[in-house]
Design a protein around this ligand. Sequence first.
Ligand code: 0A1
Ligand code: ZN
Length: 848
Amino acid sequence: MRDAAPTTIYLKDYKPFGFEVTSVALTFDLHPNATRVKSRIAFAPKPDAGGKIFLHGENLTLVSARIDGEPVQPEITTEGLTCPVPDAPFVWEAEVEIDPANNTALEGLYMSNGMYCTQCEAEGFRKITYYPDRPDVMSVFTVTINGPHPVLLSNGNPVDASDGHAEWHDPWPKPAYLFALVAGDLVAHSDRFTTRSGRAVDLNLYVRPGDEGKCAFGMQALKDSMRWDEDVYGREYDLDVFNIVAVDDFNMGAMENKGLNIFNSSAVLASPETATDNNFERIEAIIAHEYFHNWTGNRITCRDWFQLCLKEGLTVFRDSQFTSDMRSAPVKRISDVIDLRARQFPEDQGPLAHPVRPESFQEINNFYTATVYEKGAEVIGMLRRLVGAQGYDKALSLYFDRHDGQACTIEDWLKVFEDATGRDLAQFKRWYSQAGTPTVTVRDAWYSGTYILTFTQDLKPSATTPDPQPQVIPIVTGLLSRSGEELVPSQVLELTETSQSFTFEGLPERPIPSVLRGFSAPVVLHREMPEEHQAFLLAHDTDPFNRWEAGRELARASLLAMIRDGAKPDQRYLDGMHAVMAEDGLDPAYRALMLGLPAQSDLARTLHDMGEVPDPAAIWTASETLRDALAERLSDVLPGLHEAHQVREDYQPNAEQSGRRSLANATLSLLARLEGPARAQAQYDAADNMTQQLAALAVLLREKAGDNALHAFENQWSHDRLVMDKWFGLQVMQAAPDAVAATAQKLTEHADFNWKNPNRFRSVLGAMASHHAGFHHDSGAAYTLLADWLIKLDPVNPQTTARMCAVFQTWKRYDEGRQAMIAAELDRILALPELSRDTTEMLTRIRG
Ligand code: 0A1
Ligand code: ZN
């Protein structure tokens, strides 16, 4: 039943738990509908324990409870139990019954295709047994599993195993959210890794029979991650085994449970025939991310969930460093910024805005956000720029030395930097406490040899940050001569005031500034400078990020002029792109990124910032027109580029080959605008890997020549869940705006639309919401379809429902008609009497 008044939890109310948990022993007797969980937990009261204990527990049937062997009758509510306890150390024993087969929310212990698995972050352990389910309670766990399954896994090291029975011991104290259990008929892809101090670690990737051929890449990524963390951060693995399990039904990407990572199968399984280059790169990054959590998250965890960015921001930062080292650093940076603008900026600038460290929440699952993760990582990137690479390394060593085995706060994190580098971070800390994306405006002046750059920063007040104060903004800047030489090499300008000028003396000529190189801070930058500067930087900037950004800015300016004034595509942009495409020395992956346009949702944001009401149909038309014009302008080089970047060697998902394929496929897509679908059809017919097959299918669908290929694809891949997710999604993504809702609707009637599977649900309805012009088509059909499905999913899986609600967060940007349609849908959902806490919180915030 929906809470009449949902409880809000505040950071300021944090209180330590009144007891130490000295050990935990759990025994599971597995049964699909009646799993028995016995717990034996040793508690030691702290001086102010108060004579009674509260243990979290939800959806549990208590069979028995004892303290020091004596039966007790605790008081039970929907949230847990309270029981009088001795004021000396005691042993709590309980037996509960749970129903994994009917656990469709995928939190706690649940079943997926006949296999048992768990998801305990953030508060899922309380659905397994009564326990102080909070991250600052860390303990050593021993786990016994009984069940008729060939594979029985839990955290730590195996201590005993026989038919239908296994015992695991995890020597590292951990919070309950890192607990995991897996049981099923699984097969292992195994390998071994020797740490630099000589510990031999058994590595296993457990999958369903039939998926064995999709494991090799993930295993290699794991070994690369283990080596990298030793080399770059000096962090070694600390158990004798490291297990990964792939599961089909999972709400998120993956989970870093100690020694037993559980992955959404889409985030680990890959073969050249079934996964694209982008899938491979994402898998490598997620494997690294989860592995890196072993130190940043598991050995050092969070004191409370408000500190989530302590582990997530840092771990995202570390996995980006890893990908930059494994692949191309500029390409990774550009991709990350595209993603930040697409996912984090709308969050930071709308009704869901919250600081990187939020100060209140109702449902913590709603705070696994782009702000906590991606902006959290940007904040660490800024910190590293400000203290320098050496200062950062020193601070991190101190962090691991000082806090190993502890549950920490952002204050602990910043103190380590202050102590290691001597820098005062009081003002920098505002990045953690203030919500919103700062806007930085830059203008320049030139007085006989003296060049002045003046920056101002502005942060709009929001519900969580009503009185914003200036932040420390590191702005990496270089100055170029008119012939493209670096007059002043990159340096960090520290903007700390609302408005601040930086002076450069003795320059031989008025330079062209290259500002915010490498996207050195997560801000919106307004350059009050001539547009010619962007054309110049596109041709000459030595900073790869800003060179790409210059192309983007020219495209953005051109699109805005087309939308607002009916202008023609900007020739400077088209000519600039032509020159870039002719530069054979430039990384193909980088050139492929250059060919992209700003996201249509990002253009809507820019128009909104300019005080205008974005028209999704006009944005769509302008984007299509500019792409057509780009194809025309590049027509003399496209065939050569396409041909030159074909990969004729055996498929490898490495950066070099995937870069070539991405440029070849970007040119294929443009060529089809000039010459129709024949080339794409030929590629489809010849494709022996999913990257080529899917890229060709996308072009065929866009060109309305995809019916045959679509059927062939379905026949070829109907047995493969992950490939079929692509089949579902692509049809929606490639539909014309007026066909998006109808296409999605039709797909929801397909026999394989298994809507309880989060991947499949997202492949259709998530794809629909990500099609800007289709989702916001003036019929309102997509709004209604999505609302219908959110209503259906909420009682089954509140977490995935609530996450999907975020697609409505930008609704107030649009015209009154669209706003009225969206408001009606939001109200229709909010009126449901039994709406989950997750969805209620999200929609209430969005509705405003
Ligand atoms: N900690 C995981 C992500 C994750 C978070 C929450 C989950 O359920 C609510 C599941 C996974 C990570 O950062 O990879
Ligand atoms: Zn994480």
